[in-house]
Design a protein. Structure first.
Length: 114
């Protein structure tokens, strides 16, 4: 593994990592790589869509209700016919599959990671 590039604390502070709850999920057969469409609740009526390449370990039915960590301040990104407004974070395993980044206990939706 390559040594990571060093960043300043101010660089990290600019990344808005927040927790949200997946409230709806659907298959995304139009995506180039297998993915699931997610709708994530960040509290106070702030629900945002995301596309996540997590089909190896998850199905739409198994992700609804899960809390996930997301980057909330990237610009929206068009993924096929779907507009993704947040990056759902996960860990890329050696086989290329992704496991979601989730808190180890309940956290209020919208809470920012420190």
């Amino acid at each position: 593994m390559e040594a990571p590039q060093t960043i300043q604390w101010a660089d990290f502070e600019r990344v808005e990592l927040r927790v949200g709850t997946i409230v709806r999920a659907e298959p995304f057969p139009e995506a180039r790589k297998p993915a699931i469409k997610l709708w994530i609740d960040f509290g106070d009526g702030d629900e945002r869509p995301s596309s996540a390449q997590i089909t190896h370990h998850y199905t739409p039915d198994t992700v609804v209700g899960k809390q996930v960590v997301c980057v909330c301040n990237f610009p929206p990104r068009q993924i096929g016919p779907f507009m993704s407004h947040v990056l759902t974070c996960g860990f890329i395993l050696p086989d290329g599959s992704v496991r979601l980044a989730i808190p180890d206990g309940p956290v209020p939706n919208g809470t920012r990671m420190a």
